[in-house]
Design a protein around this ligand. Structure first.
Ligand SMILES: Cc1ncc(COP(=O)(O)O)c(C=O)c1O
Length: 371
């Protein structure tokens, strides 16, 4: 079909449909999900309560009960929160509400892929500021240089950053909040694995938004629930662009049950953190791999060249282990990585064996960036 018709958008020409990498696997370590799943007692509570839902009625439009439970936990009110169909949806809403065609959105390189995708979809200009090559730290002066330009609208900062797994210095982020003149979105998707947060600063700044998700530590990726916290003025703007019934009734109920029982999840979070450290140490014992430190539930593993990265990815896939390749030319055209979710102990042991097999069968040249 020819695409010279006037109804096609030029700005979508280069964009490819999102590839979820839904390949056959035995062990899934590519999407940063919680390998332990929801505890049985929470599943039972959800299913028991689900019997009494009004399936013929539209969902509560603003997820009022869930909003109350979550916002009050953070010492806030319903006027400080929007619940989304995953935090992905909230990224889209923020761009729709605060950016528009031709306005600039700024983030780091590398960073979470959906900032770019939703920027392109909404016609915004996407600008990336590379992190330091030596330790993935934030160049706040460069971010500010871009953010202070008249047509800049939003700065997205993942905290900890994905896929690098590190926290940026708090004072650098505060400087960006104070001086950029932009809406600053601090995406705390992996909060539970490091527990550093900007939530207490919401009342202090009128341009700060915090993003959270139920998809990672809270084991609820399948039901797509995330939330954002901010001041009532920002919340009101987001509600203007929100789909009326964006979060379905079942997801609202399940997220409520998870949030109310989140103490039970502490055990799996602790196990993931322990396993993360073990995995990093074990990977760093292998030649040809460098696992970077992480404050999340994934590990960024540097493999060297693109060829070697593809080789390791394909070789693991043949062994039934699904991981994720990550590279971002805006960060480097010579550094290639695998992003590997921390699995349970058994899965991690199989992964380590898998990596050993790859380097045994075809020794990889050491092209890893020297710190
Ligand atoms: C930094 C970051 N933000 C947001 C998300 C999206 O999460 P959700 O499942 O809530 O859309 C992810 C998921 O990988 C992420 O890594």
């Amino acid at each position: 079909m020819k695409k010279d018709k006037k109804f096609y958008r030029d700005s979508l020409k280069e964009l490819k449909p999102y590839d979820p990498h839904e390949l056959p696997y035995k062990i899934k370590l590519n999407a940063n999900e919680n390998p332990y799943g929801l505890p049985e007692e929470i599943i039972e509570e959800i299913l028991r309560k689900a019997k009494n839902l009004e399936y013929s009625r539209y969902p509560n439009a603003n997820s009022v009960k869930l909003s109350e439970i979550v916002s009050s936990f953070w010492g806030l009110t319903r006027d400080n929160i929007v619940i989304g169909n995953g935090s992905d949806e909230l990224i889209d809403y923020l761009i729709k509400a605060f950016s528009e065609k031709g306005r600039r959105i700024i983030t780091t390189a590398p960073s979470f892929a959906m900032y770019k995708i939703y920027s392109i979809i909404n016609g915004s200009t996407f600008v990336q500021i590379p992190l330091s090559q030596s330790n993935f730290s934030l160049n706040e002066d460069k971010v500010l240089e871009e953010a202070k330009k008249e047509d800049s609208s939003i700065v997205f900062i993942a905290y900890p950053n994905a896929p690098t797994g590190n926290y940026f210095a708090e004072d650098k982020i505060i400087k960006i909040i104070e001086e950029s003149g932009c809406l600053v979105v601090v995406d705390e998707a992996y909060y539970e694995f490091g527990e550093k947060t900007f939530v207490p600063l919401i009342s202090q700044y009128d341009n700060l938004v915090i993003l959270r998700t139920f998809s990672k530590a809270y084991s609820l990726a399948s039901l797509r629930v995330g939330y954002l916290l901010s001041n009532p003025e920002i919340i009101n703007e987001v509600r203007k662009v929100k789909s009326p019934f964006n979060v379905n009734t079942f997801s609202q109920l399940a997220a409520q049950a998870v949030f109310e029982n989140k103490e039970i999840l502490k055990d799996s979070i602790e196990k993931i953190i322990k396993e993360r450290e073990r995995l990093i140490n074990r990977i760093n014992e292998l030649p040809s791999f460098k696992a970077h430190p992480s404050r999340t539930n994934f590990v960024l593993v540097e493999v060297g060249s693109k060829e070697n990265t593809d080789l390791v990815y394909n070789n693991l896939l043949k062994q039934g282990i699904l991981v994720q390749t990550v590279s971002d030319p805006a960060f480097s055209t010579s550094r290639y990585f695998l992003r590997i979710t921390v699995g349970n102990k058994e899965e991690n042991d199989i992964l380590i064996k898998g990596l050993e097999n790859v380097s045994k069968n075809r020794p990889l040249t050491r092209l890893i960036y020297k710190l």
